[in-house]
Design a protein around this ligand. Structure first.
Ligand SMILES: [Zn+2]
Length: 487
């Protein structure tokens, strides 16, 4: 073959390829218009996915966006969603009887559409059980799932599948969640399923820290297997190896899943990320037809309570990545999928303010603390032992303390508080002092160790999303979810 003939052959091949692509696009176009026609005739969605960032207030969102853009140079799926598809609304989070909500009252509002007292799980202020969106979906034959980075029995997931007057009743919640018939539950919290005195590794093969014992009154792992007909697993491999049909309960840690920032330090090969759990959940539930899925980024709140900004932003990134998995799914079926992301409340009175060092620095330098801190305050507290606090902070955080700063820790140790430093409510005092020391050197500031009543945002797309336009009570989320999954 001459050089010219060779070129002709290549051109012919290219033309053939181009034609194939045109034909393929043509048939895809036909398919998608068919899908749209289907969606028009059948008004309701096929999939409903709601993401709740616990403690993920507007300033936590701002920090996530700054971190993604300035330090990581990576796009944020939530920002992408917000720029391209989502409608933005605001939610007032106040519960019955007080101004500032807890996670239980807020999640009840977002699961059942009714305002209630703090601490209530799936019950109104009078103690009456309320129908949740997940329960209605299940009643109508939908596949259902709950994914969280906290204990499965913690307030947010519990409010979708349990009914108790007080969120502390976690053993009762565990049994109710098994009885509820939810098809898929993935998260932490083995302790309320594993019977007291039993090593969790004996019933959940391969689980992180197998020698730790459960604290349940009953053996709910066996109950889930025998009565609930669930596959119960303690590791990511176990999750992937589960039979493809039937119910599944994944409990990957004794309590909450460890913080993402501590993943390397703790060696967490057996614990899936939030994104891996969401990917698994969407694949499994969507294969069954109509499905409802609630995903909680639960430990953003815990890092907020501890005033631990570096840990909080890493939890927010994991939440954002997990959201990206759902967004990819949404984009293949936008006419029939309702996707939303919101928060239950703000935690910490957090903000990024002017750089406290008062030096002229680049934005990257201003936020550099977030990547300098290698572990969480929680991990630091767990390794304190006999090491003096100043040595510990210098070794792990590179903080050199002045005499006056060291005295703050002594004040906390001796009197149990350093309230002179703070406006209100600090349950975790040593971590609050650490946060204060970091605030003095950065622009990462905190107002409280508790929640605030800052309005939270909701980003929503797909069927039902237009109802979030404007500012509403957070009960709107529950109302819309209930209406989306049928009557
Ligand atoms: Zn909280």
């Amino acid at each position: 073959m001459s050089g010219f003939e060779g070129k002709v052959e290549v051109m012919k091949a290219a033309a053939k390829k181009a034609l194939t692509i045109v034909l393929l696009l043509g048939s895809l176009g036909a398919q998608s218009s068919q899908l749209m026609a289907q969606a028009d005739s059948d008004a309701g969605p096929v999939g409903v996915i709601v993401f709740i960032g616990d403690g993920f207030g507007p300033n936590q969102y701002a920090l996530l966006q700054d971190y993604r853009e300035i330090l990581q140079g990576e796009p944020s799926p939530m920002q992408d969603f917000s720029e391209n598809e989502a409608l933005l609304g605001l939610l007032d989070t106040s519960p019955v009887g007080t101004v500032v909500t807890d996670s239980a009252a807020s999640a009840t509002a977002m699961a059942c559409g009714v305002s209630t007292l703090n601490g209530r799980v799936g019950m109104d202020a009078g103690g009456k059980s309320l129908e949740t969106a997940l329960e209605r979906a299940r009643k109508n034959g939908w596949a259902t799932g709950l994914v969280t980075s906290t204990r499965m029995t913690h307030a947010t997931p519990a409010c979708y599948a349990a009914h108790v007057p007080s969120r502390g009743m976690e053993v009762v919640i565990a049994q109710q969640m098994i009885d509820s018939g939810v098809d898929l539950m993935l998260g932490g919290g083995a302790r309320f399923f594993v019977k007291a005195g039993t090593k969790q590794g004996d019933v959940l093969e391969g689980i992180h820290r197998p020698n730790e014992e459960g604290s349940s009154d009953n053996d709910l792992v066996t109950y889930a297997r025998e009565v609930g007909k669930m596959t119960v697993v303690g590791t990511m491999d176990g999750m992937y190896g589960a039979p493809s049909s039937g119910r599944i309960l994944g409990l990957f840690s004794k309590s909450h899943l460890p913080y993402e920032i501590d993943r390397e330090e703790l060696g967490l090969e057996t614990v899936p990320t939030l994104g891996e759990m969401v990917d698994f959940a969407i694949n499994r539930l969507s294969a069954r037809g109509n499905f409802f899925l609630m995903v909680e980024g639960g430990r953003i709140d815990h890092a907020g309570h501890a005033n631990d900004a570096a840990t909080m932003v890493k939890e927010s990134v994991a939440f954002d990545d997990a959201f990206g998995v759902a967004l990819d799914y949404y984009r293949t079926r936008p006419e029939t999928t309702s996707l939303m992301v919101t928060a239950d409340h703000e935690t910490g009175g957090f903000a990024v303010s002017y750089d406290a060092s008062r030096k002229s620095r680049t934005p990257k330098q201003e936020l550099s603390w977030l990547d300098r801190q290698p572990v969480s305050f929680e991990y630091l507290a767990s390794v304190v032992g006999t090491t003096p606090i100043d040595e510990l902070l210098e070794e792990h955080l590179g903080l050199e303390l002045s005499k006056e700063e060291l005295a703050l820790f002594e004040e906390v140790t001796v009197s149990g508080s350093a309230t002179s430093l703070f406006f209100t409510h600090l349950g975790r005092q040593p971590s609050a002092v650490m946060a204060h020391l970091i605030s003095r050197r950065t622009g990462l500031i905190w107002g409280t160790g508790g929640h605030t009543d800052a309005p939270v945002f909701i980003l929503a797309a797909g069927p039902g999303s237009d109802q979030f336009k404007g500012m509403h009570s957070n009960t709107k989320v529950g109302e819309v979810l209930l209406s989306l999954v049928g009557k």
